[in-house]
Design a binder for this molecule. Sequence first.
Ligand code: SF4
Length: 449
Amino acid sequence: MKIDINDKFKEECGIVGILSKKKFNLSSMMFYSLNALQHRGQESCGITYSDGEKLICEKDMGLVSEVFSKDNHKEAIGFSAIGHVRYSTYGESTITNAQPILDDYTYGQIALAHNGNLTNAAIIKKHLTESGFKFNTATDSEVILKLIQKKYDSSIEKTLKLVANHITGGYAVVILTKDSLYAMRDTNGIRPLCIGKFNDGYIVCSESCALDIVGGEFIRDVYPGEIIKISKDGIETINSIKNPSCHTCAFEYIYFARQDSVIDGISVYKSRLKAGELLYKECPADGDIVVGIPDSGIAAALGYSKASSIPYETGFVRNNFIGRTFISPLQNKREEALTAKLNVIKGNVQGKRVIVVDDSIVRGTTCKKIISLLKEAGAKEIHFRLASPIIKSPCYLGINTKCKKELIGSSMSVEEINDYIGANSLGYISIEGLLTCLRKETACLKCFK
Ligand code: SF4
């Protein structure tokens, strides 16, 4: 068994779709946009593009920069493409399960890239298998593709509406045919998906940072339950729901998304900054400095510092080049790897009362180690603050979480967690406080309950 050294919820894939009126070299646009979503999945990546006649798929294990710099990589010349970066939440991390998935049906080729998890995939797959469908991958994404074939009713547009009525869960999907690009989002809008514009066409992607990087202009988010068709004629909504309510995954703002992204109208950076400010109001601490854990704890720490007028100080330097290192699950090896990844700036914390701000606690092992590193460096007091509410339950909507018993917040009180991690005090933002930061009446908050 291999495990990631990070004691965090895991990202859950990133998707991109591009369609242009003119044929052009899609490779560089797909490369940069997928590369901007690399934080959402680092196991495998791929693109499928249309040259106007047929769909061509290229995918492999590894990072975008590794896969698309290989000698055998061919330029993708065409009108449209979809792309995917994968972190496996359903099905093993293998090349067979890499996306996009391309299938050839009686009515033509179709490719799909998917972010999220279908909660009824197993039952649909069982029915499809019983009616003779053969699956080539172990992903729930292929369930959508096979369901399209099973439900096909005179046009893809009609069929996608039927399919959307059958699948449940949190998902954002891009689908490519020879001449059109489709995008769909689950009825609660759990997983993000936005639309942008460039010179001759449109781009759809998981986060706005992926369209910024290619000079795209943000148009809007895909609405919950909406299905859009993008073709040479422009954008058309082919399915929508009345008064959609957007329950975006709160963890997109807390940890997953890049802080330069704007999701469902909320700046990820500003939401983290605000969370830090509210954290101070809800859980004040006396200290000499505020320190953020890189990378996603930094903005919240700046917010805490701003609200408290306690100076922000850099306490840790992160070595990003160890980010994909997978190591033995033995606890001592995990701790060794964390030390290699995060180093304390001793001179900045020695003799100080340090308020540490991080995004979340999952098992508690990482913050226990962070606290011991700070103690070794001579910190006088350590007050740990979290910009997420207590995580109590696993997620079934596209995030790879631990089982309930591995979530420290599911079985221990705040006092018990504090004793376990060895801090002088511990505080979490409340669920109400988090919603205030998101300026939202609704968000998915299931893992905090
Ligand atoms: S349960 Fe938690 S991690 Fe899962 S979608 Fe909801 S907020 Fe996000």
